[in-house]
Design a binder for this molecule. Structure first.
Ligand SMILES: NC(=O)c1ccc[n+]([C@@H]2O[C@H](COP(=O)([O-])OP(=O)(O)OC[C@H]3O[C@@H](n4cnc5c(N)ncnc54)[C@H](O)[C@@H]3O)[C@@H](O)[C@H]2O)c1
Length: 447
């Protein structure tokens, strides 16, 4: 067993060479200004994007793109030298950009990520990386074609908490024996009846048609996204539950919480998926949901059953004294000798069952602990300038979100589906039709 996931994964990169402050990247490209700063385009500049300002201030932010012109003005106070765009497609054609940070709506993430990588740009993309199984597959394939040249990171910054490493070590080192079942859950519940009716007109600063982007057109309603007058940024909980704009808690907290479980699995794509929950609503993603997947065996463990629970649906606790409902967002690993239960910051080990005497557990020495990854955003920035290695690249995070989104497909069919990870097909016509979604004319996923 290897000590860290990074060291297990194959990076066929050669190290970057730095010559008098300029960086020659593995592809032979010369990047950045003489001071070795990246030229960055920030796409979606308010709300979540504010959390990136601190890291970006030390680079050259040369382009700002937002469908809300007031938000461009807000970001210009921090990044006064950047050119402004309202359409990310035009922004990505600006010459001299090295890297992109994307903090837009979920239904545009895979588009921005693909287009950016196709133009040779490193990408940091907020979670979730995609809104459909097909989008996840296309982004991952684009990344794998370019992984010797580009650094990518999905914005699951909780991954930097050292608890992620400690949980992984417990599982790998056999603290609960042979791993059998894995569960991750989240208790957030935001209910909406359906798409909103037309209401008023978009504020003059807001380019509504571009906000809708590739999704089917919906009439303006400030309940989706109203601009500054209604809520200055951080609107994702207004729109991410509508099928055309997000995947609800699957892509939202699911991206973070499944990461806590997935990080300990060295998982490949599942061979099957099933889902149950509240009655299907064609307009709004489910609040109550349980999805389950068969993950194939790998070189250190047998196949495992992976589960995602949300909106109040929960796995059973191994002991009545431990109330899993008190852990809002958590993960539980079941082995043949016990359980590990974790939230983002803490973990609990419960030896359980016959022979659970811990004699089989070889706790690792301090020297062999998985190294702390440091600041999450800085890992990507340093990777762009150096060895391209990140913890949540579009391969790891692409597989995670493809799995989660496949669960929504299974839920919608109401059937257990098998999955061929090589082709992205299920052999079930209804499920295969839900792997992708229609786009508005003029919008291309992989442009
Ligand atoms: N990593 C985290 O912990 C975390 C936390 C919150 C949000 N997020 C993610 O960040 C993203 C943004 O969330 P938010 O709450 O800031 O949303 P938001 O609706 O407030 O939008 C963020 C910004 O993007 C702009 N925007 C929207 N569509 C755009 C487009 N097509 N082109 C350019 N700009 C566009 C908006 O005008 C706004 O300035 C979401 O995908 C969300 O999942 C991540």
């Amino acid at each position: 067993m290897a000590d860290s996931r990074l060291s297990r994964r194959q990076f066929t990169t050669t190290a970057a060479v730095t010559v008098t402050g300029l960086t020659i990247l593995p592809g032979g490209t010369l990047r950045g200004a003489a001071n070795n700063k990246l030229n960055i385009a920030l796409i979606g500049v308010h709300g979540r994007a504010n959390a990136h300002y601190g890291a970006l201030k030390h680079e050259n932010v040369v382009a700002l793109c937002d469908v809300n012109e007031k938000h461009l003005a807000h970001a210009a106070k921090t990044f006064p030298n950047a050119e402004h765009f309202v359409d990310w497609r035009k922004c990505l054609d600006k010459k001299g950009i090295d890297a992109v940070v994307c903090c837009t709506t979920d239904h545009t993430h895979a588009f921005v990520a693909n287009w950016a990588m196709n133009r040779g740009l490193h990408v940091y993309c907020e979670k979730p990386l995609a809104n459909t199984v097909e989008e996840a597959r296309v982004v991952r394939a684009t990344y794998l074609k370019n992984k010797d040249k580009l650094a990518t990171q999905v914005g699951t910054q909780r991954h930097a908490d050292v608890n992620f490493n400690r949980v992984r070590e417990l599982i790998l080192d056999g603290a609960i024996g042979k791993l059998k079942d894995v569960h991750a859950w989240g208790n957030r519940q935001i209910r909406r009846p359906g798409y909103l009716p037309a209401e008023g007109s978009p504020p003059s600063e807001l380019h509504w048609d571009l906000w809708i982007g590739p999704s089917p057109m919906h009439p303006y309603n400030p309940g989706y996204y109203g601009g500054d007058k209604y809520r200055p940024g951080a609107n994702c909980l207004q729109w991410n539950m509508y099928w055309d704009f997000g995947s609800g808690q699957v892509g939202d907290m699911g991206s973070h919480t499944m990461d806590l479980a997935y990080n300990a699995l060295d998982a490949d794509l599942p061979t099957s998926a099933e889902g149950e929950g509240e009655k299907f609503n064609p307009e709004v993603t489910p609040v109550e949901l349980h999805t389950a997947f068969d993950l194939p065996a790998n070189d250190w463990r047998d196949g495992v059953r992976l589960n995602w629970w949300q909106g109040g649906m929960m796995p059973r606790s191994p002991m009545s004294a431990v109330d899993l409902n008190k852990i809002g967002h958590g993960a539980m690993f079941k082995g043949d000798k016990g359980f590990v239960i974790a939230d983002f910051r803490t973990r609990l080990l419960i030896p359980y069952g016959k022979g659970a005497d811990m004699t089989y557990y070889n706790a690792r020495s301090e020297q062999k602990l998985i190294p702390d990854m440091g600041n999450f955003q800085m890992q990507w920035i340093n990777a762009c300038k150096g060895d391209l290695k990140t913890s949540c690249d579009f391969d790891y995070s692409g597989k995670l979100i493809e799995t989660m989104l496949l669960g929504l497909v299974a839920y919608r069919t109401g059937q257990r589906i098998s999955y061929d990870a090589a082709t992205g097909k299920t052999g079930n016509a209804q499920a295969d039709a839900l792997i992708s979604r229609p786009y508005r004319e003029g919008w291309t996923l992989n442009g």
